[in-house]
Ligand binder design. Sequence first.
Ligand code: J2J
Length: 551
Amino acid sequence: MLAGFTPWPEEQAQRYREEGYWQDVTIGGLLTTWADAHGDAVAVTAGDRRVSYRELDGWAHRLAGGLRRLGIAPGDTVLLQLPNVVEFLPVFFALCRIGALPVLALPAHREHEIGALAELTGASAYVIADQDLGFDYRELARQVRRRAPGLQHVVVAGDAAEFVPLASLDAPEGAGGDAGVAAGADGSGPAPARPDAEDVAFFLLSGGTTGQPKLIPRTHADYAYNVRASAEVCELGRDTVYLAALPVAHNFALGCPGVLGTLHAGGRIVLTTDASPDTAFALIEREGVTVTALVPPLALLWMQAVEWLDDDLATLELLQVGGAKLPAEAARRVRGTLGCTLQQVFGMGEGLLNYTRLDDPDELVATTQGRPLSPADELRAVDEQGREVAPGEAGQLLTRGPYTLRGYYRAGEHNATAFTPDGFYRTGDLVRLLPNGYVVALGRTKEVINKGGEKVAAEELENELLAHPAVREVAVVPVPDPDFGERICAFVVAPGVGLGLAEAVDFLVERGLATYKLPDRLVVVAALPLTTVGKVNKRALTDRLAAEAVG
Ligand code: J2J
């Protein structure tokens, strides 16, 4: 078992096996199962490319061999930062097959994030696209490599420049499948065993509450269940055409049910790196998209765009919305504008997923964030002393279950507070658990700003701002926003200089921070308000912003 991974206690694991949640499958092996079942059906469409299930399986098989020959071994961590391009899938499956551990970085991550991940994991390889949406990932790779020289291999989908072209790893000879890859002939050693179903398959990134990135280990068995059960709840089938508009490196579009759930059901994936209504609506009409997933700001934008775009969206049956709270009033408008069923999804990379069901009454869908995916999910709402609150009262959400982590990777100290002694994950979310089992999301206790589904740890941004020579003190807080739910406001103490937002933003970009983490507002103050125990009083700061908004 991987060092730094916290397994479920044996007693619980036994139950999950016996009750069929965990099966003896691997993520890499599942692709072969799906290829056997759906063979020549189209699995993925990306631009003009169409790849069948069989082709996808063969591609992953050859890449597994190529990656082994390159020197990637079972147990190696590999940073995988691909936008929604067709190569994502074969590379992801190939890495899972050889027992290497992909770390699913988001396309928006930059030197600050990727560098920290390289250091934390000691990754030996980094897989990128050449460029996307005007950004050159090869330049990013050069920067990251200067900081993390251990990163031996940079593999590029597209024009590789000085790096390794992904296409060069796609060679037929010596390739192997789940049970053993590229053994012997090329001298790369004995065939690795098929990964164990209960071993870690890959890492998702946590939205994070601290300055350090947090890696979420997902096992083959737990994620296979996550995908299978999600596909069922969303009623996916062979007729499903799933538009991946959100990044597939994120849990939502990856496996809830996302691209993996679509493959499980024998449907077809349509990939795009551009979720704007112009591009997405044209794809929905052209490809006959039936399902997609969005964060609330995009859902709001799409609902407006039907007024000026005239693409035919008649095939769209289901819109999943999650990542941040969708206001009830917006939820009620989905059917009338987009002509499809809405599903609210309250999920987290750490595991727990709540879905409204497709046959739920409209008002339940509009006013709740769904109910747990699994009968084995355990949810508790507790007060500050950890005591369970009365049913329907607001409390902090704790959860454990067959697909919810028991510890972040290599984060012993953080895990001691992020989990209860009996293994419940403290989500940091404030919720009401209704007597009918549904969950209403109310807000958070954790210091994370949720800007329309994108999570920014206040502490991380504060640390970056403190690196500015003029900044003496800083506090980052959310400011309410009609489109994004929240935006980011930084209060700074910077005596003697006129530090402005533009300068602060330039400084942060220069430091390689992902753009979505940049502050939207900067307020210079003489001093930060303190609580009676001398901590920064963020409540006073948010109250001040609220008063300004009203006044
Ligand atoms: C309010 N807050 C929500 C919702 C997530 C599906 C959907 C979303 C995610 C995700 C995901 C929310 N209303 N409907 O992984 O598979 C906030 C909560 C939660 C945090 C998790 C999926 N849906 N949230 O957003 O790991 O605060 O996952 O704890 O990015 O997003 O963020 P993340």
